[in-house]
Unconditional design. Structure first.
Length: 262
């Protein structure tokens, strides 16, 4: 999956440049259709097994939430992930406006930079185990969520320095540490949660984490619009990106506690 994701941004930029943005969006939409058809054609038969009595969805959800809120470490991670998602979605809502309107970069250049960032995610998957063995899960999680978020502060520095190296640096750091976060947090949950509760507790955490995504996008758009109206698009979008990076990086504070949870 990560290997495919590496080439996708560059391909998107190439399609936009050569054939127009509407055509690129059409290709993207068709890719989801093909994905759905492939999933539909998948053999879903499973070996027979003992089926436990069916329980209500609300009861399962309640059990997952109850387990989650009783574990302080899981609560800290869930809150940290939600804050990180808000900040990163703020940055994602702003960065393309900044890169295209303020920095005047072409879709191909932006696509190639994003492809390099995706490649860094692949490298992060390779080195994650070494990092976790050296630092432990607790320090790896704190370091990963902090750098993944604060890395976006490099992009608005493009108003005074050469933007492409800064953009590459931000995407490489964010991509690398996003992968180390995902692998580490999954490993931690597997050691913390009983197998029969894994799905329920994970779903409870995802509702909170994924629920933060649209909030971040909305806040990013509103902040960018408000600051651009007052300070001009160049300064306003740059300052909004700085705020987004600080919000995302502050997610590490939610995970920090009086002691680690290794």
């Amino acid at each position: 999956q990560q290997a495919v994701a590496t080439g996708a941004p560059g391909l998107a930029g190439l399609l936009i440049t050569l054939l127009s943005a509407p055509f690129a969006i059409t290709v993207d939409a068709l890719s989801f259709l093909v994905s759905g058809l492939l999933i539909t054609a998948t053999d879903s038969s499973q070996p027979s097994s003992t089926v436990s009595p069916r329980r209500s969805l609300l009861r399962d959800a309640e059990e997952g939430i109850r387990f989650l809120v009783r574990d302080r470490a899981l609560v800290r991670i869930t809150i940290g992930a939600a804050i990180s998602n808000v900040g990163i979605m703020m940055a994602l809502a702003l960065q393309l406006l900044f890169l295209y309107r303020v920095m005047r970069l072409s879709p191909v250049v932006v696509g190639v930079c994003f492809a390099v960032g995706s490649l860094a995610s692949l490298v992060g998957a390779v080195y994650n185990r070494r990092i976790m063995n050296r630092l432990g899960i607790y320090r790896t999680l704190v370091l990963s969520t902090f750098i993944e978020g604060i890395a976006y502060i490099l992009i608005p520095a493009g108003t005074v320095l050469t933007v492409i190296p800064l953009l590459l640096g931000a995407l490489v750091l964010s991509g690398f540490f996003n992968t180390t976060w995902n692998v580490s947090v999954t490993t931690f949950r597997q050691t913390r949660i009983a197998p029969r509760l894994m799905g329920r507790v994970g779903a409870a955490g995802r509702v909170i984490g994924y629920g933060a995504l649209p909030v971040g996008s909305l806040l990013g758009g509103l902040l960018g619009q408000a600051l651009s109206a007052r300070l001009g698009e160049r300064t306003g979008l740059a300052l909004a990106l700085v705020v987004a990076a600080l919000v995302a990086g502050s997610s590490a504070l939610a995970i920090l506690g009086r002691r680690s949870f290794d």
